[in-house]
Design a protein around this ligand. Structure first.
Ligand code: ADP
Ligand code: TRP
Length: 336
């Protein structure tokens, strides 16, 4: 689907990556970058700023997200892998785009409206706690996308509106300046594998105490898996695999045959939750063992991570600088 296209995606460093992120975002992004003609994958640290006010945390999570991609084998010779804040052109393009973006467009942003609605529900003023970083989030995201002549942005449903706004902004720009300066991107909605459940059965999320970090150490991984909440069915009773957190996780790490076997044993009865948890633990442990070593080795050597990200940023800047020059030329009659 992505052959001959420039695809781009950003990942916000707002927590230690968990198994839900791995299955729902990180693995698909690595696969996409293998398929695409050209891919840009970046850590959206500037996008984290509207919520995270601790530089040490942003740094920690940026390193963790980067180390996760590298440990899992992202091919950084092919993909341009970088940190958003390292490409100076992002700041320039963002300022320029504010002038072709209507306030009304920002008023319609779901991300900002959700916070305003929550404020009202809590009896607070609508704008309470809303900073301009949140309000203008779609402009920064449009700049990310438009800087690199992106054709396609693969996103989950929650980000679709942001990509549509980037289309609108590119369209307005080209219309106002009467020239095809910016490439108008397309969103591609990733088919939603149903959300990976967490330890308590709700969607696994960093916002709940229900997540399992991708690279949890062996003992911690085992302990977490043993804590997965189940009902009280006895081993011989039939169980619905589609309602079982254990099976939901297992199917993403086991081979197809292994997953089919667990599915049948749950459906027919005969497999107890304790044994199923053991199988889940062993399967995840096997699949993350090697990347986990690489991950902790990278975190111990943050200079190695930095080197990879910096060299990615240098590659990213080649296209970014050209785009910014074209934009400056159109708006100011001079290069940047
Ligand atoms: P969180 O819910 O932990 O805050 P984010 O909203 O930051 O996670 O999600 C980052 C990416 O990981 C998104 O692409 C999202 O779709 C994916 N993701 C997060 N949680 C899950 C989950 N439980 N199952 C599948 N994908 C998930
Ligand atoms: N807003 C995205 C998220 O919250 C992250 C992001 C920033 C992004 N810039 C992007 C995604 C550009 C795709 C393209 O997950």
């Amino acid at each position: 689907m992505f052959e001959k296209k420039t695809v781009l995606t950003g990942i916000k460093p707002t927590g230690t990556p968990h198994l839900g992120n791995l299955v729902g975002a990180i693995k698909p992004v690595i696969e996409m970058s293998n398929e695409a003609e050209k891919s840009y994958i970046f850590i959206a640290d500037l996008h984290a700023l509207n919520a995270v006010r601790d530089s040490a945390l942003i740094k920690k999570w940026t390193n963790e997200v980067a180390a996760t991609f590298l440990a899992l084998g992202l091919d950084t010779k092919k993909a341009v892998f970088f940190r958003q804040s390292d490409v100076q052109e992002i700041y320039k393009l963002t300022v320029m785009l504010t002038n072709v973006t209507s306030k009304g467009l920002m008023n319609r942003s779901h991300a900002y409206k959700a916070v305003a609605a929550q404020n009202i529900e809590n009896g607070n003023a609508a704008d309470s706690g809303i900073n301009m970083g949140l309000y203008t989030y779609p402009i920064l995201m449009a700049a990310d996308i438009l800087l690199y002549d992106t054709d396609v942005v693969p996103v989950g449903q929650d980000q679709k509106q942001h990509v549509e706004m980037a289309r609108d902004i590119a369209g307005s720009f080209n219309h106002i300046y009467n020239k095809e300066v910016l490439v108008v991107p397309e969103p591609v909605i990733q088919k939603v594998a149903s959300a990976i459940p967490g330890l308590d059965g709700r969607k696994m999320s960093k916002s709940y105490e229900n997540h399992i970090p991708i690279f949890a150490e062996t003992k911690k991984l085992k302990k977490s898996i043993m804590r997965i909440v189940t009902d009280s069915k006895r081993p011989e009773e039939p169980k619905n695999p589609d309602e079982s957190t254990i099976y939901q996780l297992y199917q993403h790490f086991a081979s197809k045959d292994e997953a089919d076997t667990m599915r049948k044993e749950f459906t027919d009865g005969g497999l107890g939750y304790g044994d199923a948890k053991k199988m889940l633990f062993e399967t995840i442990e096997l699949s993350i063992k090697e990347p986990r070593e690489r991950y902790y080795d990278l975190l111990e050597h943050p200079d190695k991570i930095n080197e990879v990200l910096q060299s990615g940023a240098e590659r990213a800047r080649k296209t970014a600088a050209q785009t910014v020059n074209k934009v400056f030329e159109a708006m100011l009659g001079k290069v940047a």
